[in-house]
Design a binder for this molecule. Structure first.
Ligand code: NAD
Length: 499
């Protein structure tokens, strides 16, 4: 009997996007892209050279001259078209996210929806860019402020939100009249190239949005490029600090969002079932690979035992599997190495539920884990694990709980669960974190506020998207003017138009 050996499926090639076309890389260096649910490589992505990054910057520079002259009305019209296209094709984009990241389809759709909200906010760009005017500041003299784009700006993004986090950056940057170079995560880059094609289809002029794929070589080329005016970064804290220091040392404006270790405090008067539902959703959604995931539960006083019991009861009901299966609620982790690293944290404290048991055989899976009795100083307490591991620490009082939040080197999100409005108000006042939830476990701000943490979760002084995003991608100018009486008026009976 002859054995037939199946040829491996061809690997999908993922290129750069420069000046409105796909461009194959020339470095010969590539990175693997996986289907994490199958545990197999599905594609390979080009890693850019310094010259390829420069080519993208030159394309963006050339496009800037005409793009910044597009009227606000035309830009807004284009943003409405982009909004419609992303909305129509959101399921296609969600499938790309699931195939490379592993998150389940419903969660991938949620990611696209939250990104779309930022695009929708940017549809209002004529209002967002309105400025101030002081008539008769002095006799016959008016003073007004205007906000202008910076020029070529860049974004460097993490693997965990391959569509939404780039949208947080490119949408406001382009709406404000800048041109953009994106360096997405090399682990799941296809969503960015898909976005580039969609923006072209919507009518965005070539060169306004460019994608260079790659690793540290591409990142350093962005940070050192003299013609890039600003860099937005989202990723882990050590790289955020590096990016911020390097970008600002070369004179760039920079906002660098880092990692997190989000604490959810549960007071003794909280509704235990509601708190348990919230903890399970926020700890295990997207396999814990969210910067706003709840990773530490701080149980105050008598609530600890019933709360842990309620979470333990819920864990077996979380359906773990291939994200393409509509019945799956939690998918795999991004790579085998990351899965193994996350699993290595299950050797401290009291392991109540061990996610290394009952994992699907193929793919980079770890099922939900629950670890009690963690304390500061333990690796599993101190590190950002970024996986489906929920730690519990027990404290006696509210004061001890808030101290834990405030002593954390991170300050992204935090939440309190209670029925006591006074305690919640006090927590909102005292918590040292950029985003606070009151009976809301993942308090990601809506698109018309801005997103950002404190301490090691953000380097820079502007949060991302929303009003601070508009501020970040523009710079102010104040004009002081005096005019002689106009003697140049004409008659025009046409209906006044904006364009
Ligand atoms: P990462 O820091 O490893 O990578 C982020 C980006 O930096 C990628 O584009 C990557 O190519 C690049 N990079 C990686 N190593 C580099 C190096 N040595 N020099 C230069 N560039 C380098 O982060 P990740 O693993 O892709 O994403 C997960 C992290 O992102 C977590 O820490 C998570 O908390 C964080 N995150 C934060 C937010 C937030 O808003 N604060 C949002 C999403 C993710």
């Amino acid at each position: 009997m002859t054995e037939t050996i199946e040829a491996p499926a061809a690997l999908r090639q993922i290129n750069h996007w420069i000046g409105g076309v796909a461009v194959a890389g020339t470095s010969g260096r590539k990175g693997p892209v996986y289907n994490p649910a199958a545990g197999r490589q599905s594609g390979e992505v080009d890693f850019a050279t310094v010259e390829e990054v420069d080519a993208a910057v030159q394309a963006a520079r050339a496009a800037f001259t005409t793009w910044r002259e597009f009227s606000l009305a035309k830009r807004a019209e284009l943003f409405f078209r982009i909004r419609e296209l992303v909305h129509e094709r959101r399921e296609e984009l969600a499938r790309i996210l699931t195939s490379e990241h592993g998150k389940v389809l419903s969660d991938a759709l949620g990611e696209v929806t939250r990104g779309l909200e930022v695009i929708e906010y940017c549809c209002g760009l004529p209002s967002l860019l309105k400025s101030e005017y002081s008539e008769q500041a002095s006799t016959g003299i008016d003073v007004y402020s205007i906000r202008q784009p910076l020029g070529v700006v860049a974004g460097i993004t993490p693997f965990n939100f391959p569509a939404m986090v780039p949208m947080w950056m490119w949408a406001p940057a382009i709406a404000c009249g800048n041109t953009f170079v994106l360096k997405p995560s090399e682990k799941d880059p296809s969503a960015s190239v898909w976005t580039a094609e969609l923006l072209k289809e919507a009518g965005l002029p070539d060169g306004v949005f460019n994608v260079v794929n790659g690793d540290k070589v591409a990142v350093d080329a962005v940070l050192e490029h003299p013609q890039i005016a600003a860099v937005s970064f989202v990723g882990s804290t050590p790289i955020a600090r590096y990016v911020y220091e390097k970008a600002t040392s070369t004179g760039k404006r920079c906002q660098a969002l880092g990692g997190a270790k989000n604490h959810m405090i549960v007071l003794p008067d909280a509704d235990v079932d509601m708190a348990a539902d919230a903890a399970v959703s926020a700890a295990y959604g997207s396999a814990g690979e969210r910067c706003m995931a709840v990773s530490m539960l701080v149980a105050v006083g008598s609530v600890a035992d019933p709360l842990i019991e309620a979470i333990k009861e819920r864990i077996p009901n979380v359906k773990v599997g291939d994200g393409m299966d509509p019945s799956s609620e939690m998918g795999p982790l991004i790579t085998r190495e990351h899965r193994d690293k996350v699993a290595s944290y299950l050797d401290e404290g009291t392991v109540v539920v061990d996610g290394r048991e009952n994992c699907p055989e193929e793919g980079f899976f770890l099922t939900p884990s629950l670890v009690d009795d963690l304390k500061p100083g333990m690796r599993a307490y101190d590190d950002e694990i970024f996986g489906p591991v929920l730690g519990v620490t027990r404290v006696a009082t509210y004061d001890e709980a808030v101290r834990l939040v405030n002593e954390s080197p991170y300050g992204n999100g935090t939440a309190i669960f209670t029925r006591d409005g006074g305690a919640a108000r006090r927590f909102q006042f005292e918590a040292q974190a950029g985003m606070v939830g009151v009976n809301v476990p993942i308090p990601v701000p809506v698109a018309y506020y801005s997103f950002g943490g404190w301490k090691g979760s953000l380097f820079g002084d502007r949060h991302i998207y929303g009003p601070e995003g508009i501020d970040f991608y523009t710079r102010g100018k104040v004009v002081t003017s005096r005019w002689p009486d106009p003697a140049t008026s004409t008659v025009d009976l046409g209906f006044p138009q904006t364009r």
